[in-house]
Ligand binder design. Sequence first.
Ligand code: SF4
Ligand code: FES
Length: 336
Amino acid sequence: MPKVTIDGQTIEVPNGTTILEAARMIGGKSVPPAMCYYSKLKETGGYCRTCIVNVSKGSEKDPRPMPKPVPSCRTTVMDGMEVQNLTSPALLEARAGVVEFLLLNHPLDCPICDQAGECHLQDLGYENGKSKTRYEFARREFEPIDIGEKIKLHMKRCIHCFRCVKLADQLTPNRYQGMLNRGDHSEISTYIQHAVDNEFSGNMIDVCPVGALTDKTFRFKSRVWFVKPEDAHRKCPTCAGKARIWLKGEEVLRVTGRKDKYGEVIDWICNECRFDKKKTSDWVIEGPTHIDHHSVISMNHYETLVDLKHETDNHRKQLTNKKVNLGQGALDPNNS
Ligand code: SF4
Ligand code: FES
């Protein structure tokens, strides 16, 4: 069992574990962000570079540091390895550069994008990006297209993470969709506009980290923070039937897969559950969903209203104290 130290925290992990998986085993703030890696799909990762870390000691046998930051989702742990994530300012600067690259062609259309509030790129930008871009050129433009009857593709929002391609490859036989062209010209396409009509194709909406693939049955119906997520299940002949329903009053506005704290789907759901079961009577409601993922969607969450109030009161008290201190300081004639 190799031992790895990430930001000063040591853990023993099974052979073959990647640095990202080891960081997730430790948990907390040292877990690098991941925009293309998806633990529920094979051969993901290595495309986006948001998960880069510094390896300050290669291993016990060969303690030399790695010369450049490495993608943690694709780098296997060695015994005695020491890794810096939050503890390296140079690494954080490099990650801010990656975020800047991801945003080069991404439109700033969050106010009208259905993914706003649960968008991993939004979170990544807030937590790891810079407030300004140096990019002055026109962004890539594409007309939105239909991928099948129920999915809309906004190619201009795509960050080329390949998750939807891997999902289509691994979950749906007869895949028609893939990445066309290379570099700045790459785009997700259904080739000759073939419909992706497999019964699990809707899951590509859930794996898309941005608003490039959206659910046509939910588009523009509500901002996600105005709807109430509940865990629910039903007897389904095609999938496990364990889903998350998003309610506005008694109305089911959308159905998605349940996601873990890294925003990854726990059980894939079929298109019938996702697109056709839009009545509360179709579902056995288990209770409010606990949203673990740090995002605007969890900020105003009904589940934590009491705690939030408590926190707000504390915060207000702190601010009031500060104001009093500032006031006293300002009134002190000896204070220049
Ligand atoms: S459409 Fe979404 S899931 Fe597919 S490559 Fe683009 S960003 Fe990734
Ligand atoms: S998550 Fe590792 S390169 Fe994208």
